[in-house]
Design a protein around this ligand. Structure first.
Ligand SMILES: NC(=O)c1ccc[n+]([C@@H]2O[C@H](COP(=O)([O-])OP(=O)(O)OC[C@H]3O[C@@H](n4cnc5c(N)ncnc54)[C@H](O)[C@@H]3O)[C@@H](O)[C@H]2O)c1
Length: 348
């Protein structure tokens, strides 16, 4: 049966979901936002019912799947309510506000028997999919670097977080939750989950605004990944010289993969790229892909999984992984010590 969507939260990320669902031919029958004015155009476009209260969407008998696109601090309550009402869920990242809520949601999904997807859209770049296919050709992987440098301006010489408070209020953190979360998901998509980590976070003095997050992630067998997420004011860095400098390099005994991603809200301007160096031939192959919007790919995939009733990825466990790693990084930075990740008996 084709899913019928209800959308909760019609702010900045919503247009990517609505556009992707429209292209997938999906039906959206109910939209909600505390600010009805931002939901109104979507209600009109899709001929959908409009509510202020998310509970109206969840109580709507026509809705089979609820997309939760509010700030992450409301995700737990809304996702729990949707699951309890027997709805499938698509949840924006970061999935939850903390690891405890994320673990609870994993268990709630298992108990409900419903399908749950976490919207880490960077997995849907064709380059990321190809990288996943090629990782086994690298042989034993011994090293990786994971980086997200995003052009937010100069937060290093600022003396106050005035003008940035909304980021903390909306997203529960700055560079680690907004930028780092995606790259942590992509790293775990390609490399699996780490055993332990050691992290350092750099905050704007006197503020909770994290402007740089650095970590060493340790994996079974001695593999390590270094991770760095930072905001910066450098206008022309990155492969497209648009200040976006983000990617993953993976080194194995048989070769290297270099994946570069592109500016998240203009994904149709550039294609993410992938270079595969093969040690046996000594040659590097640059894989080129159609320029596709990963949000469109993601929505099409989620709608298909919902129709076929298959639990695709990224799912609730992937959301939990990222929330748990972020929390461990915060703890590690605060305690200035390494943290062994507690996966709470949840299978990878
Ligand atoms: N995938 C990405 O690259 C990406 C990019 C940006 C944001 N996000 C994620 O998307 C989510 C939303 O971010 P945003 O930038 O769109 O925020 P936003 O503030 O622009 O939009 C959130 C909307 O939710 C509404 N809302 C909040 N609580 C509600 C409730 N209880 N019931 C109904 N509506 C409610 C708000 O009124 C607002 O219109 C966050 O989890 C964020 O991390 C993901």
């Amino acid at each position: 049966m084709k899913p019928v969507f209800g959308i909760v939260g019609c702010g900045s990320i919503a247009r990517f979901h609505f556009n992707g669902l429209a292209k997938a031919g999906a039906r959206v029958a109910h939209v909600a936002d505390l600010n009805e004015a931002v939901a109104q155009p979507y209600a009109e476009r899709f001929g959908a019912r409009l509510s202020k209260d998310y509970r109206a969407v969840i109580a709507d008998p026509e809705i089979t799947a609820v997309s939760v696109l509010t700030s992450s601090r409301f995700h737990h309550e809304i996702c729990r309510a949707a699951l309890a009402a027997g709805k499938d869920v698509i949840c924006e990242k970061t999935m939850m506000d903390n690891a405890r809520e994320a673990e609870d949601t994993v268990r709630a999904v298992a108990a409900s028997g419903r399908l749950f997807f976490t919207a880490f859209m960077k997995r849907f770049f064709p380059a990321a999919r190809k990288a996943k296919e090629l990782v086994p050709q690298l042989g034993r992987v011994f090293s990786a670097t994971v980086r997200s440098f995003q052009p937010w301006g100069d937060l290093y010489t600022l003396t106050s977080d005035k003008g940035y408070e909304w980021i903390l209020a909306n997203y529960g953190g700055a560079v680690l939750k907004c930028a780092g979360s995606h790259m942590l998901d992509l790293a775990m998509f390609l490399l699996g989950r780490p055993e332990s980590l050691y992290a350092h976070l750099d905050f704007l003095p006197g503020s909770r605004l994290d402007r740089k997050a650095v970590a060493v992630l340790q994996y079974p067998g001695g593999m390590t990944a270094t991770f760095e997420a930072a905001v910066h004011p450098l206008q022309k860095i990155g492969p497209a010289r648009d200040a976006w400098d983000e990617g993953i390099e993976i080194n194995g005994v048989h070769g290297r993969l270099t994946l570069r991603t592109v500016m998240w809200d203009q994904p149709e301007r550039n294609a993410a790229s992938l270079v595969h160096y093969d040690n046996a031939t000594g040659s590097a192959t640059e894989h080129r892909f159609d320029i596709v919007n990963p949000f469109d790919e993601e929505m099409k995939y989620f709608a298909e999984c919902l129709e076929k009733r298959v639990p695709g990825r990224p799912g609730v466990v992937d959301g939990f992984h990222v929330d748990a790693v972020i929390e461990a990084m915060m703890q590690s930075a605060e305690q200035r010590s390494a943290i062994t990740l507690d996966w709470k008996g949840i299978a990878e």
